[in-house]
Design a protein around this ligand. Structure first.
Ligand SMILES: Nc1nc2c(c(=O)[nH]1)N[C@H]1C(S)=C(S)[C@@H](COP(=O)(O)O)O[C@H]1N2
Ligand SMILES: [Mo]
Length: 319
């Protein structure tokens, strides 16, 4: 267990006291998790202080137990309950992110330095998986734009590419004969999508640090796109001038495209995307295993804010 002090001490000199205290909890909690990793939300789990963003939905939130036990994270297995069973093996401190490509500040950053002094926000977002289920998740994160600005993109940069960790010793899905995807898991966004105020890097949910199965310590969240764009456990961010490869398109280009905008009018080749089932116990609202399917909205309901990004584009061709 390592509690890294130097970044902390520097932060205390330049940040308001409340933010400084919250950062200390974040680092302290990360160290404590070394022991409590098998218990995803034990008392050692550090609280994150975040102001609720006006971008949040007020729909009923998916219960924490569903958010943390019904996951896609193929590095830990392909069944929905595999990540919750297996992801405790992942060590997330220290965590380095390599930033490279068309930026003026390329480096291998410590995560804490990369996000230092950027105010945490709670963003309650609808999330929609290409498989036809949806959740409402109270993320804690920061605008991706704030981090990208820190990296100083060059004028030739047009896309952002992301990579997940490759560490077979801690990721059982990366070992053995059957591996679901080529590793690393990769994703990408056009630079204007990446800079959009709805696009965040999440480091927590339900006011606590991210559980490993949800992509600890840092993952992408793009609420108007299918869930697979939300790449987890990010270790590399690269700015490029050509459209980056994305894992699901490499695996099956006929079924998955680069844009992956939620769109009820464009069917997946094997099933319709017109409706969805809201995951979530028996807490009322739209939820419940046997709940009726309800209509999926274009851009997952975020069209007012994002439709203009795609003006003049044929969304049936660019799916
Ligand atoms: N590295 C990595 N990121 C990933 C995946 C994955 O298998 N590996 N699955 C994606 C898919 S298909 C979905 S729906 C979301 C699920 O995020 P959640 O488990 O936090 O709901 O993570 C995405 N990010
Ligand atoms: Mo997904």
């Amino acid at each position: 267990m390592i509690i890294r002090r130097p970044p902390d001490i520097r932060a205390s000199e330049i940040t308001p006291k409340s933010v400084y205290l919250r950062r200390r909890e974040f680092l302290g909690g990360a160290a404590a998790l070394g022991v409590a990793a098998a218990l995803p939300f034990g008392p050692a789990w550090a609280a994150l202080t975040a102001a609720k963003s006006p971008f949040s939905t007020d729909e009923p939130q998916t219960p924490l137990k569903d958010v943390t036990s019904y996951n896609n994270f193929y590095e830990f297995g392909t069944d929905k309950d595999d990540p919750a069973k297996n992801a405790h093996t992942l060590t997330t401190t220290p965590w380095k992110i390599k930033a490279d490509g068309l930026i003026d500040k390329p480096a291998e950053y410590d995560l804490d330095d990369l996000i230092k002094d950027i105010a945490l926000e709670e963003r309650i977002y609808r999330m929609r998986c290409v498989e036809g289920w949806s959740m409402v998740i109270p993320w804690v994160g920061i605008p991706l734009a704030s981090v990208l600005k820190r990296l100083e993109p060059q004028s030739s940069a047009k896309y952002v590419a992301f990579e997940t960790l490759v560490r077979p010793s801690e990721m059982p899905g990366q070992k053995g004969l059957f591996q679901a995807l080529p590793w690393p898991y990769v994703e990408g966004l056009r630079l204007d999508e990446a800079m959009h105020p709805l696009t965040i890097l999440a480091i927590g949910l339900y006011g606590e640090k991210l559980p490993n199965q949800n992509g600890a310590p840092v993952r992408l969240v793009v609420p108007w796109k299918y869930g697979f764009k939300s790449i987890k456990s990010i270790v590399r961010i690269s700015l490029t001038d050509s459209q980056p490869k994305i894992s699901w398109e490499v695996a099956n280009a006929r079924e998955y495209g680069f844009y992956s905008n939620v769109n009820p009018d464009v069917s997946h080749p094997r099933w319709s995307q017109a409706t969805e089932r809201r995951i979530g116990g028996s807490t009322g609202g739209l939820g419940g295993l046997f709940a009726k399917r309800h209509p999926t909205l274009i851009f997952n309901g975020y069209g007012d804010q994002v439709a203009k990004l795609y003006d003049g584009m044929d969304l049936k061709k660019n799916f």
